[in-house]
Design a protein around this ligand. Structure first.
Ligand code: RFL
Length: 389
């Protein structure tokens, strides 16, 4: 069957799948709503797990990443101005995180796929429609950048078009089960042109709410502030953001200072989780955010997207080479095991780093954090889930 695999979405999931399919000699076409410039400059996540980097490296996709990414093996919980470090790399086989902004991952994936492997991406498409996904002859149609309608007969369709994409919405109601959870917490996410003030990620617990200092590059940092539910960006002029970050991240009895810089992005993050089960319907396979979203706590979103792409590519390769469809049949189950593990860990961390308005729950969260800081086995659990599994 020389029909192409139709991939909707050129984010980390779609472009990784495209690269792996091209490597295996399987024809594929990627449809992307945005321009190449737009998707290559969209800052989002920035933390890659050890395993994800190994996977990219095994397929020749990590050349620049391995040269430029910073490796991190410890993080800090700053509780009411007192620092507690957790050296998770030592606790988990020396495995580290790689700090490398998502837009750099996407740039590398696009370079390998388009410029080096001759991969086909149709940028700036609109009105993508999925057809006949329940049959062996599914198809995609779309309006191209010149306004003309086009159609592609596919072998399979990969829906890698994010949470608001068209692929999941094309599945008839009732054909899959959707699990959704609002965490009852809201974060203001801030990106600033400020060099990091720390060598490790800081999770700060303060009576006024959580604050986070994340790492992106030597010139850009990401910060999070817990804000009241239903708060808006308009309530957070830059000056207030910095005042609040200084206050919540303050370190007692120390001359540690938070670097400031020009704020380049401010948005309210919807702290919710969503999982679709199963992750396929007929010959449509969902990947990454199209199938599941997770809070940024624990930094799992992009890593899960890469894992899905790896599993689907292996399944499609085996099917194309030998007709063996066992990988396709188990795709959803294999991916969902990791997705639910990540959801559980993220929820475990959310509970631990936010003080609940309910005093009893708040004390439980505190007990969890004290156990993490004071117990090697609890820190081991954290390490395995944070940098692995
Ligand atoms: P992506 O990256 O959203 O890529 C989907 C691609 O599909 C395109 N698309 C369409 N193309 C054609 N037709 C349509 N109808 C289409 N609809 C959408 C989009 O333009 C896009 O190019 O999904 P993918 O590949 O699954 O990757 C997942 C990751 O992007 C995601 O999990 C993380 O970025 C989540 N995330 C964060 N995770 C963290 O761990 N830490 C963070 O700080 C963090 N910040 C974020 C984030 C996600 C965000 N989004 C998606 C709202 C900040 C933001 C703003």
């Amino acid at each position: 069957n020389r029909r192409a695999v139709g991939i909707v979405g050129a984010g980390p999931a779609g472009l990784t799948l495209g690269n792996l399919l091209r490597e295996a000699g399987i024809p594929c076409v990627v449809l992307e709503r945005g321009t190449r410039e737009h998707v290559e400059n969209r800052p989002r996540a920035g933390v890659l797990e050890h395993r994800a980097v190994q996977m990219l490296a095994a397929h020749g996709l990590a050349d620049r990443l391995l040269q430029e990414a910073d490796r991190h093996g410890s993080c800090e919980f700053r509780v009411d101005g007192v620092a507690h470090e957790v050296d998770y790399a030592t606790l988990y086989d020396g495995q580290t995180h790689y700090i490398y902004p998502q837009q750099e991952v996407v740039k590398d994936l696009a370079r390998h796929y388009v410029d080096e492997r001759g991969g086909d991406v149709r940028w700036s498409v609109s009105d993508v429609e999925l057809h006949d996904v329940e049959t062996p002859e599914p198809a995609l149609s779309w309006t191209n950048a010149d306004g003309a309608r086009e159609r592609l007969e596919c072998s399979f369709i990969a829906g890698a078009d994010g949470f608001h994409g068209v692929a999941r919405r094309s599945i008839p109601p009732g054909a899959v089960q959707e699990f959704s959870h609002q965490h009852g917490i809201e974060w203001l996410s801030i990106l600033a042109e400020a060099p990091p003030s720390t060598h490790k990620v800081i999770y700060a617990l303060h009576p006024d709410g959580f604050a986070g200092h994340m790492l992106r590059s030597s010139t850009v940092s990401r910060y999070y502030l817990q804000v009241p539910v239903d708060d808006t960006v308009d309530n957070w002029p830059d000056e207030r953001v910095w005042t609040e970050l200084h206050k919540r991240l303050a370190l007692k009895d120390s001359d540690w200072r938070l670097n400031e810089g020009r704020i380049i992005e401010k948005r309210i993050l919807d702290m919710r989780s969503h999982v679709v089960e199963p992750m396929n319907h007929g010959n449509l396979y969902l990947l990454g955010d199209a199938a599941h979203i997770i809070t940024p706590v624990g930094a799992k979103g992009m890593n899960l997207a890469l894992h899905d792409a790896e599993v689907l590519a292996a399944a499609l390769t085996s099917y194309h080479r030998t007709g063996d469809d066992s990988g396709l049949r188990s795709y959803s189950e294999v991916c969902l095991r990791r997705v639910w593990r990540a959801q559980e860990f993220s929820q475990w961390m959310v509970f631990m780093i936010h003080r609940s308005p309910e005093p009893f729950l708040s004390r439980l969260g505190q007990a969890r954090l004290e156990h993490l800081i004071g117990s090697r086995s609890s820190a081991g659990y954290f390490a395995q889930n944070y940098v692995g599994p």
